[in-house]
Ligand binder design. Structure first.
Ligand code: HEC
Length: 403
């Protein structure tokens, strides 16, 4: 496909993906908030109806009084609203974006030949395989340990190990940027699968029993409510880590770091802890949970530790004046390392470097990509050396002259 249209596909899918994700996470955060703020009603007629918790809220010029029925109300009086398209459309748009960006261009974006020299088809299949594998591992952990005594803690502990391992594995196999995204996508796939495989089918069974007109055993149906709740609580802890992984795409200083899998893992864990702070804070107001602040504090300290650990060393001023670099030297390097992807026919990111004027026009960005973030050549496809990078750096710093 023409790169121009591919760019549009990328932009439009990203737009849709962010919007659907906002809708999904918004409703998911809202229901977690709601659940944590429900209070058992006093009024006998509410209790008699089966209302287990209610709250009052004011928003947008009116008052809202949501009530939660444990298992199911006797009757549903108005249209029943479901919440699943937010989740499904987030996953579908995300997978489409992943396809356009990383599977279609696997040779450029997914594969880092210095880590793993494999074909685009193999790398792409491995990436998709990891999405599926993560879900199965997570689901088995939930099924085996989820409802035991202290099940939540066992699941949390095991999932921390699984996410750490996934981060390590993805970063061993794929280019850093793709690896970060993939770990986020693995967790996000499990989140959507929670909705698709357990939450919604469970709710459908409860609704079917309620509307069948026959008597049903509420205790037998309670497992669907319990499991739905369990999985939606997991989703809330996954949210901040996933968003971090998705946004990390823009920050090459993270995903090009030699210990990048640790960075990704620590930042994700910090996100989950900070989410715990928010969840617990709702209940803390009502005197139903202990002080949430330690979670926020630990999360923030972890982020600060990463910031300090990554701080680049101050450049050592060299005693000898830098040898001047001629444009001819730069052009040799650009011809050798850049033209295959930035010429009249192939123009990655609309950057052409096949004439001195174009090189001059993009000099700032070239310097940034080659000498600072070292993102280019993509995946260091052409094996550019540190000396060559330094040479381009000196050329730019000295004014990017064309002679
Ligand atoms: C194997 C193909 C390939 C090679 C070789 C390559 N690039 Fe790129 N370049 C890309 C791709 C793909 C993008 C788009 C990256 C993105 O979308 O983030 C890109 C983007 C860029 C950008 C724009 C970055 C931005 O986000 O604004 C610059 C500047 C650039 N390359 C410079 C270079 C220079 C200089 C070299 C040679 C030292 C080089 N590239 C070699 C594939 C390549």
């Amino acid at each position: 496909m023409e790169p121009y249209f591919l760019e549009w596909a990328n932009l439009l899918l990203r737009w849709v993906h962010v919007i659907t994700a906002i809708a999904w996470i918004g409703s998911s955060f809202y229901f977690v908030f709601l659940d944590n703020n429900l209070q058992k009603p006093n009024s006998p007629d509410l209790l008699e109806k089966g209302v287990g918790g209610a709250m009052w809220a004011v928003h947008g010029g009116g008052f809202y009084n949501p009530q939660k029925y444990m298992v199911a109300p006797k009757k549903i009086h108005t249209k029943l609203h479901w919440f699943y398209w937010e989740s499904y459309s987030t996953w579908l748009s995300g997978f489409a974006l992943f396809t356009v960006m990383y599977l279609y261009n696997a040779g450029t974006f997914l594969i880092d030949k210095s880590l793993m020299d494999w074909t685009p088809v193999m790398a792409g299949s491995a990436a998709v395989g990891l999405l599926v594998a993560f879900w199965f591992v997570y689901d088995i952990i939930c099924r085996v340990f989820g409802f035991r005594q202290n099940g939540e803690l066992i699941v949390a502990g095991l999932m921390i190990v699984v996410v750490a391992f996934s981060s390590w594995l993805a970063n061993e196999l794929f280019a850093g940027r793709a690896a970060f995204l993939l770990v986020g996508a693995m967790i996000a796939t499990a989140m959507s699968a929670n909705v698709f495989v357990w939450i919604i089918p469970g709710q459908r069974k409860v609704v079917a029993a309620m509307t069948s007109g026959e008597t049903y055993d509420a205790n037998a149906l309670a497992i669907h409510g319990k499991r739905g709740k369990q999985r939606s609580v997991h989703n809330t802890y996954f949210t901040l880590p996933v968003i971090f992984a998705m946004l990390s795409n823009h920050y090459s200083f993270l995903y090009t770091h030699e210990h990048r899998w640790v960075l990704l893992f620590v930042m994700m864990l910090a996100g989950a802890l900070i989410r715990q702070f928010f969840v617990q804070r709702h209940a803390f107001h009502l005197g139903r949970a202990s002080n949430p602040w330690p979670f926020a504090a630990v999360g923030v300290v972890m982020i600060l530790a990463v910031i300090v650990a990554l701080k680049p060393a101050a450049p050592v001023a060299s005693a000898a004046p830098a040898t001047p670099v001629s444009f001819a030297q730069v052009q040799v390097l650009v011809d050798k390392h850049c033209l295959s992807c930035h010429n009249a026919q192939v123009q990655m990111k609309n950057v052409r470097l096949d004439s001195p004027e174009q090189l001059k026009q993009h000099a700032q960005n070239v310097y940034q990509q080659v000498a600072v973030t070292k993102q280019m050549p993509m995946g260091n496809a052409t094996g550019m050396t540190e000396e060559e990078r330094a040479l381009i750096g000196r050329w730019f710093v000295a004014g990017a002259k064309l002679d």
